[in-house]
Design a protein around this ligand. Structure first.
Ligand code: SAH
Ligand code: SF4
Ligand code: F3S
Length: 441
């Protein structure tokens, strides 16, 4: 009897890739593969890749190079590349790394069973179509195994916004929303398996407009429907575009008890000139007014953002505008990136900023963002927050989880289990986490 085959998956990029990797593992699981954490034991290695910045994409080739030895030792080893690099570079991957057996894009991984049949017969397989059919209708359903207390659930995919720097509209394709009943079924199934917090995913999740039995649903209406699921305790969503924050979604932040007080709302720049060149279709001022309305609905909301420094033609004055916007908003969490030139995007053709200048701006910006993050964390000391416990911490007797505001929180010596939600009084603030004591033991 043949042993079960072993699958090693490594995931890069955004949360949607994490979700996709889970679904691909399920699909390959139905084909006889069980997952392993040890790459040297693998019969199949799958890299689920990200194309957002040059470094992320180039890393894949060096990673593949490292598998040469493994393939020499085990000629039956299969190597696959999935995700956004697969979509963007397709055949180029097999040209540059001929040992790659499989290339599959983000919209075709429901075809993995057929593709794997080819691969296992010793052929190469490549599929980077944008098919008519919806992959979610064709995916092997999730097995009924228990799972951890938090889960991602893709509700919307793709992007029609075409920011001048971004590859996502090309790698993920046009915007598509999944139907409401499928999402609710998947959410109920997750809850039955132990999930207490669901993060709804989409490249533009707040542009969600899925079909329901009683008409089209916005993201706010979908959140209210999920709010009715017994056993589900927390709802989050990411990533949003400022132009798609409608009144109902803003109001939900104040009214919907399961919707957590955290919002990732990238602005990229605080300079109107640069925002225009980025094709963002909003101004710094309109973003600030939007933040005011969100804070009026939910005063304690923790805001998170994304920023790009060194976008083509960015001057010191533009950068100063971005710094001023950050000062005004006060972010609890933020991601900042040096602009990376992406082939095929409009900004790639423009006058580039000196990389040293961009690096310097990034340092200055990160110092401010880190300071804001730390100040907001420090303000939590003495407060009591609800924590969903997820896993043991680094130290003996420690348990870690996330607060409603998505702060990592750890407690020591408390009688709490994975999946519990308990009030914790915060006693200390560390660089990337908070510590505290469970109220009532
Ligand atoms: N859909 C999300 C973001 C997708 S990419 C949104 O619209 O917010 C995540 C972040 O990567 C972006 O918000 C942006 O800050 C950054 N990013 C995208 N393209 C980039 C590039 N070419 N160079 C540097 N950072 C980039
Ligand atoms: Fe990229 Fe802009 Fe679309 Fe976000 S909204 S995925 S940054 S094109
Ligand atoms: Fe990267 Fe694709 Fe996500 S480019 S950020 S993995 S959508």
């Amino acid at each position: 009897m043949a042993d079960t085959k072993k699958l090693f998956i490594k995931t890069y990029g955004c949360q949607m890739n994490v979700y996709d990797s889970e679904r691909m593992a399920e699909s390959l699981g139905a084909g006889g593969y069980t997952q392993t954490d040890a790459v040297e034991d693998a019969d199949m290695i799958l890299l689920n890749t990200c194309h957002i910045r040059e470094k992320a994409a180039e890393k894949i080739y060096s990673e593949l190079g490292r598998f040469k030895g493994l393939k020499a030792e085990n000629p039956d080893l299969k190597i696959g590349v999935a995700g956004c690099v697969a979509q963007a570079e397709g055949e180029e991957i097999m040209r540059r790394q001929p040992m790659v057996d499989l290339v599959v894009g983000p919209q075709t991984y429901h075809r993995l069973p057929d593709l794997m049949e080819k691969v296992e017969a010793g052929q190469k397989a490549l599929d980077t179509d944008f098919p008519e059919e919806d992959k979610f209708d064709h995916l092997t359903t999730r097995p009924k195994a228990d799972r951890g207390p938090t889960a991602f659930l893709t509700v919307q995919e793709g992007c029609d916004k075409f920011c001048a720097f971004c590859v996502v509209p090309y790698t993920r394709g046009a915007e598509v929303s999944r139907p409401v009943d499928r999402i609710l079924t998947e959410a109920r199934d997750l809850v039955e398996r132990g999930v207490r917090e669901i993060t709804l995913l989409g490249q533009n999740v707040n542009a969600y407009h899925g079909a329901g039995v009683d008409g089209e649903y916005t993201l706010a209406k979908l959140i209210w429907a999920l709010n009715d699921i017994d056993g589900l305790a927390r709802i989050r969503f990411t990533t949003s575009h400022p132009n798609d924050m409608d009144d109902a979604l803003i109001a939900a932040h104040g009214e919907c008890e399961k919707l957590m007080p955290y919002l990732h709302l990238p602005v990229q720049s605080g300079s109107d000139r640069i925002l225009k060149r980025m094709n963002r279709n909003h101004t710094a001022e309109s973003y600030l007014r939007l933040i005011e309305r969100i804070r009026a609905a939910r005063p304690d909301i923790l805001l998170s953002g994304d920023f790009i420094v060194g976008f083509p033609e960015e001057t010191d004055a533009d950068f100063a505008d971005t710094m001023a916007l950050i000062e005004e908003v006060r972010y609890g969490q933020a991601y900042s990136f040096k602009y990376s030139t992406r082939p095929g995007t409009p900004a790639a053709e423009r006058e580039q900023v000196d990389p040293d200048v961009a690096s310097e701006r990034l340092q200055v910006m990160q110092a401010l963002l880190t300071r804001q993050q730390r100040e907001i964390q420090d303000e939590m000391i003495g407060k009591t927050v609800d924590v969903l416990f997820e896993k043991p911490g680094r130290l003996e007797g420690q348990m870690g989880g996330k607060s409603s505001h998505l702060h990592a929180v750890h407690v020591t010596g408390a009688n709490v289990s994975r999946g519990d939600i308990r009030p914790v009084r915060i006693t200390k603030s560390e660089p990337n986490s908070l510590g505290g004591e469970v109220v009532g033991g």
